[in-house]
Design a protein around this ligand. Sequence first.
Ligand SMILES: Nc1nc2c(ncn2[C@@H]2O[C@H](COP(=O)(O)OP(=O)(O)OP(=O)(O)O)[C@@H](O)[C@H]2O)c(=O)[nH]1
Ligand SMILES: [Mg+2]
Length: 473
Amino acid sequence: MGFFVSSFIYGFQPTTKILGVKVGRSRRVDLTTGTVHGVRFSSKRNVAIQASKMTAATTKKKNPQEDLSERMVEAVQPVGKDISYEHHPKQPQQLRITEEEIFDYEGRLPRKHNEFRCGFVSILGAPNMGKSTLLNALLQENLCIATPRPQTTRHAILGVVTTENAQLCLIDTPGIIEDPSYRLQEGMMEAVMGAFRDADVLLVVTDLFSTPIPDDTIFQRVQNSRVPVVVAINKIDLEGKANRNVKISPDGNGNEEEDLEDKTFTVPEAVAKWRSLLPEALAILPLAANEGPDNLGVIVLRKLLLGEEGLADSIRALGRPVPGMFRPGIQFVTTTEAQKLLPQGPPLYDEETLTDRPERFFASELIREALFETLKKELPYCCEVRIDEFKEPKPKDPKPMNRIKATVYVERESQKLIVIGKGGTQIKTVGILAREKIERFLQEKVFLALEVKVNKDWRKNEDQLKEFGYLNR
Ligand SMILES: Nc1nc2c(ncn2[C@@H]2O[C@H](COP(=O)(O)OP(=O)(O)OP(=O)(O)O)[C@@H](O)[C@H]2O)c(=O)[nH]1
Ligand SMILES: [Mg+2]
């Protein structure tokens, strides 16, 4: 049975529309139309479904701190005949369902949403192309961290856009590098490959330097992709401007060669280049993700992926057609064609859901963002952040305050000294910046305590990386 379950878990394709249990590399379950968030597959014998508390920051609801165990029971009940479950004795937020029953469950449920479309769009590209910025613009929320430095993103991160007719599950991924030089980078590339497998659409992000996907094997997979490919040529605001381009040095250690002056391509040149690289791409769209959701290119991309009405008009609003934006002889993509991008099927997530990761995760990411923005050279790459304690405000607190304790792990004693700084000044700066970021994210006051510890060579340590969630256990 172990075999079936693991093949089921990893072999899941959204297009097969297994209603009820979606697993893949993300952690969640949808039973009928009820959605259970934050599913963890634990021991070999039992599959534990854990509902993480969805809070304001990770959903669009104002006050979604409801008891999810109720909802989980409701979600399971429609198939109660086939699935037996029990609450975890100590953790009411957990239900246990045996593997066999979950497996039996495949494809049993009636489809309720014949017209609804739902699927995964994996965002891929070289480091620093603006993938995370683009996800945030499409999502219309600041969910993923983005910094001027390459290799900011280390995990595959889900962002969910739900409209009346469709649900777009966007997956941000770490920037692709050709030769991972330590185990952490290998884990990051595993996250890229996982997102590839789950994708209904590949969204390749590049910039006006026409930065290619640095790994030939991955690029060939994009070229031979059976799912549609859309290319976003980002940062078109830099057209014609010389730009300080930060490149990763060949040692792959995250060291940077800064201040390289490079001249950009023009938009038509970049589009023509990508059209020759990917002749079958459905669309090659110039845009500027850092202008956010109102950028004309971002609007087109969102409508295209969601298959919304008015797509052709939005394409016209971009201005004079750039040759190569669409396949030869085609001026634009129709809404009907765009509606074929996502497979038909019911939503996998509640309409308020923005992501499947808890606030803790985003708190640690925002601390990492502050480290990336504050520390020099390769130092941020040696840092990992763990949240040790996250106490939400009590309901009757006159001044609601989240209390967060976190540890910044570095690889060596010498790094610890720099991250702390003389008299603790450096870590204090990081702490203030991170606190402001987390407060904006949670929309609540935060008390943040940071500690710095050495975790020798954690980037190479298999067990440590598993614990940090970079490698599969
Ligand atoms: N000028 C300009 N800069 C942009 C644009 N979009 C993103 N950026 C900047 O590009 C830098 C990298 O953005 P990210 O979103 O972190 O890039 P990424 O592809 O996710 O990078 P990794 O996570 O390292 O792979 C950030 O400084 C962004 O502000 C844009 O349209 N124009
Ligand atoms: Mg990123």
